[in-house]
Design a binder for this molecule. Sequence first.
Ligand SMILES: Nc1ncnc2c1ncn2[C@@H]1O[C@H](COP(=O)(O)OP(=O)(O)O)[C@@H](O)[C@H]1O
Ligand SMILES: [Mg+2]
Length: 390
Amino acid sequence: MPNNPYTPGQVPRILAGRTEEMRRIDDLLGRVAAFGEMGGPLLVFHAPRGVGKTSLLRASQRRAEAAGFVTSWTACSRDRPVLPEIVHSVGRALEQADAVPSGPAGNRWRGQLERVTLEVGLPGAKVQAEIGRSEPVTPPPAAVGLLQSLLHDSATVVRKRGGAGLMILLDELHTASSSDLSVLLNTLQNLDGDREETPIATVAAGLPVTPEALTRAATFGERSSFIALDVLSDVDAASALTDPAAAEGVEWTPAALSAVVAEAHGYPYLLQLLGSTTWDSARPASGTKLGMPAVRKGLPAARDQLSAMHRARWGAAGRIEREFLRAMAFCGDGNVTRADIAAGMGRESRAISMPRERLIAKGVIEPVGHGLVRFTLPGFGAFVRGLDDA
Ligand SMILES: Nc1ncnc2c1ncn2[C@@H]1O[C@H](COP(=O)(O)OP(=O)(O)O)[C@@H](O)[C@H]1O
Ligand SMILES: [Mg+2]
């Protein structure tokens, strides 16, 4: 019996769609590989949770490695200062790729790594940078200088040893502090000034607040390339279901396929979840098909999982945020105007900025232009309305 090939919550076996996004990453890597120079500004993918940022980054990492890059992966988090993590991760990547020179040169490099870690992790530097948070800050030049030479030296070493260059991947970049972002952006900006010198590519992902966070951290933050990642088209959604099954010799009936595609609304996490529950309820043998009965049988498990996610998001919302969510849910499931939400809350439009910003930062709602917002997780509006009935 073939194993369940679906991966709710994990990197997918096969990345569906995303050809345009991959092309952008390939362009960046291609320039580094061909010319041995910096590929371009920081490339940033932003989207709510579950749309496939981490999956895209992981797939591009595999591609880069196959093309001869040494890759460093950092999952940023609010719990730890981000810059020392990046430095560590670059160090580990080079050690693992056997790119660190042996003898005194290697020891010098390791010494440099330690000095940078200390400098970029300095609490003093941080406090200074956090003053006047709404203004772009001038980062401590020592930290920028050290990080810059570390990245330059690391990328150059990779290249000297026959590799294509260094790829830095930064996931959850929105969690980095303003001061860490400021050091990072200033470092990349300086490297870009001497672009021929440093064979490096930097790709990041984060929630929809990421562009704003970067622009706030440095005046030139907006020079990064921002790409909003959307849900999958119906065609790509269908292949997210059929391709992993086909690899196990299993097909989908057209009816079952369209039912799941319609239910998932292009949301990759839901496609994996529904694919998985359908598979588990059918336990298909190779050469058989997944049909409507299996979809129906799998639905309750998928709905349970989804409502657990709804509950978690609700649980993490504060009092005013809940008021906001309730008002929004009763405006309908599509795009909702700020004025309608304010009216529902019985407040002035200006007075709802705080909960709105916080919910966007948490990835529960997302702006869709012209002051409109929508829920990022399908079914969330219905869930909130259901709470009110109770
Ligand atoms: N392009 C894709 N094709 C197939 N599955 C995907 C794709 N992108 C994401 N997924 C699936 O969706 C879920 C969420 O993906 P993830 O990359 O963790 O999203 P994010 O990082 O944006 O929160 C995972 O279960 C993953 O397997
Ligand atoms: Mg992610």
